[in-house]
Design a protein around this ligand. Sequence first.
Ligand code: KIV
Ligand code: ZN
Length: 555
Amino acid sequence: MLIDPSYKYRPFPPIALADRQWPNRTIRQAPIWMSTDLRDGNQALFEPMNAERKLRLFRTLCGIGFKEIEVAFPSASQTDFDFVRRLIDEALIPDDVTIEVLSHAREPLLRRTVEALHGARSAIVHIVNATSQPFRELVLGMSRDEVLAMAVDAVRLVKQLTADQPQTQWRLQYSLETFSATEPDFAVEVCDAVSAVWGATPDNKIILNLPSSVETATPNVYADQIEWMHRHIARRDSVILSVHPHNDRGTAVAAAELALMAGAERVEGCLFGNGERTGNVDLVTLALNLYTQGVAPGLDFSDIGKVVGDFEACTGLSVPPRQPYAGELVFTAFSGSHQDAIKKGFAARQPDSVWNVPYLPFDPADVGRGYNAVIRINSQSGKGGIAHLLESHYGVVLPRLLQSEFWRVVQQHADRHGGEIGAEPLWQLFAQTYLDLAKPLRYRGHQLFEHAQGQAIQLQIEWDGEPHALTGVGNGPVDAAVLALQGIGIEVTVRSYEERSLGESIKGGDAKACAIVEIASSHNQTVRYGVGLADSILTASLGALFSGVNRLSVD
Ligand code: KIV
Ligand code: ZN
């Protein structure tokens, strides 16, 4: 690691644009999207997609709503050439979708490219050549004039070749590869020259694509470059200004967003940021960032799980758990304070109101995710999260103090066993802690009678394995049972009592009622909660009392 890297790396020189306008703008409409998953994304895979996978991903992209899809680099591989032919010959392209194909600006490649598109209803020919100084000098060995001539000649040839196939609705895209490292005056010169040769008009716009082929600077520098181009290129009304950010600095999404504020109208990228090196801009994040600002993206990610599944199956890549909007963990809170805030946010939510759930910037339902994964439990989790899980999965609402008591049980368990505790194991832990009436006080049965001083109860129980029949008279059945237990020396007082019906919520069980008691030992005032579940509220209450006694006697 270099302590002083300045002799090796230099900051990228910013463009002079003192009166930049983009910082004051907001994005109010979605751009034209172009998916390059089947080209830039495909070229960057360990193993490029075969025709079947390409077709599956093509269909997924159409289903999402992409209207421009770069499907291949037909002059570069037979697979790609054949894929374009198959799409056209088998009429697999929806009427509202235009396919695009890439070619370098060289005559034989351009001829092969146009040949691949023969018979297409509509198509975009995408010509690219590198324009920056390092590429001119190191890679191409060309002067500025030669690079300019290369671009112009390529466009002229495509114009001629496409004129011979008038049945296709042709459009042209020209990309200045390495645009963001190109001198702005040269970039404008090339852009103006190619749009003049193509004969771009407001009815026949040329797409001028300005890639950050390698991200070289902070997103504001890219935005300045885009605004500069937006203000300086000729025939602005005959041009669709497009951007193609890569993610080498990890800021492709920000660069795309600022570029849209700076005048870009179209964005090229890939699902989940696939592409060479760190990838192209992630179109899923970009689109859903718009969505969460209240702007309709025009792309449908309402079943993100399916998109992830198709993407992974086709590319062989996996979507990481923290991938914005799509990762397995992005709607999950493990931390206690986050869980508490989310639980309160959910509780305060009104139907059809503006989304405002703390720590959950986006409604998981909008991408087809349920709420079950929002709160997950491990040793970092808090009582609010635990209570939420028991309530949402099992319908058991815990009073606050019981939440604290059970939270300590969960923490001990998590510290001992590590890892996550799912809803079902959490329920088992709850049941083991509160509902296991096996020892030492075991319920066997009861009968209730009216009595002159209130209610009388007869209890059949086991206490430390010994059967007992006990009787008590009190204000109500629980009071009577407390008094009955005094017959075997159990001295407790009930401090609070709650009951509720459970409906269908206990999975697989037939309990209909839940009772929760807070009891204190008359000997040392230790307080414990007891919980009872049963098919009647009375049996549940007795269960809760017995559960509390057992909890006291365990300590
Ligand atoms: O990154 C790039 O410059 C490209 C061009 C072909 C647009 O992918
Ligand atoms: Zn690229």
